[in-house]
Design a protein around this ligand. Structure first.
Ligand code: UD1
Length: 417
């Protein structure tokens, strides 16, 4: 168990490069199971969730090597279609393996992913989608087993545009005998990256990025090489870090078109942002409160709600944040209150009254993005903060302390007593 110790009130300055997106990498790693052979994926950060996905693929029979930021995945000898319970528990995203294993081997067995810190996160939409394209799905004794003698393709009309269910449906249907149409599909950029990867492999998919995706089933996919898209959530976290510390940052390898809702909100809050080619400069200004609501893409991303909430604790006036995607996604609020923030939560709404300054305190990360938000608060706070349970942060931010140090932050990693 490790913690960060942060001495706050240091202005962040300099250049920082955003790495490949965890939420694009995980489904793409799963998609390599759809072919037999060696796939090569570039710009892979060292993250705990990616290591768990590597472990699961290895257990299924894949051979994986890592050369710096490149993953080489050989799926020639996949023998298993069952994902062990302890790895399912470790990472909910292992549910992505359902689609490709069913698509390629016509059978998959995994334990129910269960709840997690940010809400119950059911998988009913994933299961319904697989049934619509011809799978028989059985749920018993805490396990889910899906089989299909013949995957026919079909019409999937999602009640809600779930990111994971859209990706699973795409991966399950690429090798079906007929066509599949997904309506009310999620439109997140990571879905477009998955489409690009699958189409390079030979799939015939159109529509990712819109609410209707059409997949014409084909017989075989081939292994390919791919560089994943940059991580819009990591980029957004650095933007907030600059705004919170009155800093001046140039953020490289950023796709600003993926971040318009965030950039607009930061401008409303008072930041100056100049967009260049694959890079962006942010200079902090006086911070003022705003209201925001998380929504499916292209709305404001739920994964940046916690960082923005941190920022709004020191913005002048009152702000209101409404979280519409996940329940229980205000766990960082109690920790921020320990640092002097004035926040009241009512159901899915947080009302924030800006204070001139936060003060350092001992706080604990409760999940990945909440942990990121606490680091940001500590960077701005007066005095020293300790952030416990850094393992949550390591799931999605690669060596965050080193990146922040390179921008001037006073942050270090320590073993917890
Ligand atoms: C993905 C992202 C996560 C992000 C989220 C929303 C990855 C690895 N994770 O998660 O970082 O916060 O999108 O942008 O890409 N739901 C159901 N039934 C289902 C599936 C989902 O009710 O079968 C609900 C969830 O409980 C949640 C909402 O739909 O309330 C959104 O979930 P979803 O879009 O599926 O998110 P994930 O794919 O889990």
């Amino acid at each position: 168990m490790e913690k960060f110790i942060v001495r706050g009130e240091v202005r962040l300055n300099g250049n920082i490069r955003v790495s490949g997106a965890k939420n694009a990498i995980l489904p793409i790693m799963a998609a390599t199971l759809l072919c037999s052979g060696i796939s090569v994926i570039h710009d892979i950060p060292y993250l705990r969730d990616i290591k768990v996905m590597q472990d699961i693929l290895s257990l299924l029979g894949a051979k994986i090597t890592r050369e710096n930021n490149t993953l080489i995945i050989d799926t020639t000898n996949i023998q298993e279609v069952e994902i062990p319970e302890h790895l399912m528990r470790e990472m909910r995203a292992s549910v992505f393996l359902m689609g490709p294993l069913l698509g390629k081997f016509r059978k998959v067995r995994l334990s129910y992913p269960g709840g997690c810190a940010i809400g119950p996160r059911p998988i009913d939409l994933h299961i319904k989608a697989l049934e619509k394209i011809g799978a028989q799905v059985e749920e018993k004794f805490g396990f889910i087993e899906a089989r299909a003698d013949c995957l026919t393709g079909g019409e999937i009309n999602f009640d809600y545009p779930s990111v994971g269910a859209t990706e699973n449906a795409m991966m399950a249907s690429v090798l079906a005998s007929g066509s599949t149409i997904i309506r009310n599909a999620a439109r997140e950029p990571e879905i477009s990256d998955l489409q690009t990867f699958l189409n390079k492999m030979g799939a015939q998919i159109v529509g990712a990025g819109t609410d209707t995706i059409i997949i014409n089933g084909i017989k075989k996919l081939i292994p390919v090489e791919h560089t994943v898209m940059s991580d819009r959530i990591q980029a957004g976290t650095f933007l907030v870090a600059a705004a919170m510390t009155h800093g001046d940052l140039i953020i490289e390898n950023i796709l600003s078109e993926h971040l318009f809702s965030v950039i607009d909100k930061l401008k409303d809050i008072g930041a100056q942002i100049n967009i260049g080619r694959n890079c962006l400069r942010i200079k902090a200004g006086d911070l003022r409160g705003v209201d925001l609501k998380t929504l499916p893409y292209p709305g404001f991303p739920t994964d940046l709600q916690a960082p923005l909430l941190s920022l709004l604790t020191i913005a002048t006036g009152t702000s209101i944040i409404t979280e519409t995607i996940f329940e229980n996604r205000f766990k960082h609020v109690n920790e921020l209150i320990r640092m002097g923030a004035k926040i009241k939560v009512e159901g899915r709404t947080a009302i924030i009254r800006g204070v001139p300054k936060l003060t350092g305190a001992i706080v604990a990360a409760t999940d990945l993005r909440a942990g990121g938000a606490l680091v940001l608060a500590a960077l701005a706070a007066e005095g020293i903060s300790e952030i416990e349970n850094v393992y949550h942060i390591d799931r999605g931010y690669e060596r965050l302390e080193e990146k922040l140090q390179s921008l001037g932050a006073n942050i270090s990693r320590h073993k917890m007593d």
